[in-house]
Design a protein around this ligand. Structure first.
Ligand code: FES
Length: 193
């Protein structure tokens, strides 16, 4: 009997792609199998979309909250003036990168950052000077340059005496200029005895 177009297994009017091996084995995918394939496809598409959204959210999060190196707070309490002897104290150097300098008439805080390229100088008490290990700049205990390539004196930090008698140091406010660094904002003046 001649096979008509309507009952042919390769009927193009069905408008469905039929796997080659199905034709070869004379097996057609059932409608439930086709449904499962479509569901698989939809799940794969949703999973890809969700992965894309998660990756985008991650990138946005990194943009909004970049990796930041958190440093010690800019403002800190440094005890009381009577806790310090005359001269340069290195007590806060490791934690705060600040020296406390006490003289008979005042107390001030020097920021431990060389004004050449930012290295940390060291205090040499016997020589009464700061020396920068990077390119050899030397500074007095007032912070003035006495040798090397540093173009400016060391910075002084803003400083205040709290009602409790404690010293408050603010490293976010700095002054290097002679004539300005001696203002009360950058020193604690002692009353004449
Ligand atoms: S960084 Fe201090 S002398 Fe260069």
């Amino acid at each position: 009997m001649e096979q008509t177009k309507e009952n042919s297994p390769i009927n193009s009017s069905a408008n469905t792609a039929i796997p080659a091996n199905s034709v070869k084995n004379n097996v057609l995918p059932s409608s439930s199998q086709q449904g499962i394939k479509r569901r698989d496809f939809l799940w794969t598409a949703w999973a890809s979309f969700a992965t894309f959204l998660a990756a985008s959210a991650g990138a946005m999060g990194k943009f909004l909250f970049p990796n930041v190196l958190y440093e010690s707070p800019q403002i800190f309490k440094a005890g009381k003036p009577e806790d310090y002897s005359l001269g340069v104290s290195t007590k806060w150097m490791k934690d705060q990168r600040v020296w406390i300098v006490k003289t008979p008439s005042q107390l001030y805080a020097l920021w431990g950052r060389c004004t050449h390229l930012g290295c940390t100088p060291n205090w040499f008490d016997a020589e009464k000077r700061f020396k920068c290990p990077c390119h050899g700049s030397n500074f007095t205990s007032e912070g003035d340059v006495i040798a090397g390539p540093a173009p400016k004196p060391l910075n002084r930090c803003a400083i205040a005496l709290l009602p409790t008698g404690e010293i408050l140091i603010d490293k976010s406010i700095l002054e290097t200029r002679p004539g300005f660094r001696e203002k009360d904002q950058f020193r604690i003046a002692f009353k004449e005895a």
